[in-house]
Design a protein around this ligand. Structure first.
Ligand code: BG6
Ligand code: MG
Length: 219
């Protein structure tokens, strides 16, 4: 396989905002007396704000109107936005900046494929905008992960065929999206949730350009 592009997920891959999403949903669920733990949270990773809310509300018994759901989602987002206020380049996950730089030095195109409407704010705070040739976020696509649209749109904007792209994800739904797009998938996290990925690493400190090339060669 020839690699011409690397497409990154944001939350949980470039920075630990996955933890902030968890905290904000947990606060909302507690307020609604809906059981919510880390294991349940795993299936929310990568899903859109409204899809996540739907899954949480299904755990409770109370019905909510469309208007109420919009208010609950807005409340979670307000809390999340407070939590991301303090993000700075120090919050890049271990090894991520050097990997992103290695990829650029190798002359490979790079893109972001995020399900978050807050993606632009986060990458600006992290100061990684220059390391990304294109940014595709929830505002630019119709279908959320596990649909491949966000990854396919990024590949299209980079003018690279999906079969020459590597996608990097921490979410099961995201790995599914990468595989449905016909790309090589790197999963960051537990094998239990990311079994569909071509290569699973426990955390981003294990992400190096040489290892990735090696893995792909051995395939
Ligand atoms: C994804 C996260 O990147 O963005 C999800 O993995 C989150 O947990 C989704 O729900 C939507 O984010 P936002 O910022 O638009 O609410
Ligand atoms: Mg993620």
């Amino acid at each position: 396989m020839k690699i011409d592009a690397v497409i990154y997920d944001l939350d949980g891959v470039i920075t630990d905002t996955a933890e902030y999403h968890f905290m904000a949903w947990k606060a909302l669920a507690d307020e609604l007396h809906i059981p919510f733990d880390r294991s349940f949270n795993e299936q929310l990773k990568g899903l859109s704000r409204m899809d996540s809310l739907e899954l949480i509300l299904q755990q409770g018994n109370e019905p909510f109107s469309e208007e109420e759901k919009q208010l609950l989602a807005a409340k979670k987002n307000e809390h999340y936005q407070e939590l991301i206020q303090k993000i700075s380049p120090k919050d890049l996950l271990p090894g991520v900046e050097s990997f992103m730089k290695e990829v650029k030095r190798a002359g490979i195109k790079t893109g972001l494929a995020s399900a978050s409407k807050n993606a632009q704010t986060v990458i600006e705070r992290l100061q990684v905008t220059d390391l990304l040739d294109t940014v595709v976020d929830a505002a630019k696509v119709e279908k959320g992960k596990p649909d491949p649209e966000v990854f396919l749109t990024a590949a299209d904007q980079l003018d690279v065929p999906p079969s020459h792209c590597v996608g990097i994800e921490d979410a099961g739904s995201g790995v599914q999206a990468i595989k449905s797009a016909g790309m090589y998938a790197v999963g960051v996290g537990s094998k239990e949730f990311l079994s569909q990925a071509d290569w699973v690493i426990a955390d981003t400190s294990q992400l190096t350009w040489d290892d990735l090339i090696q893995r792909i060669r051995e395939q």
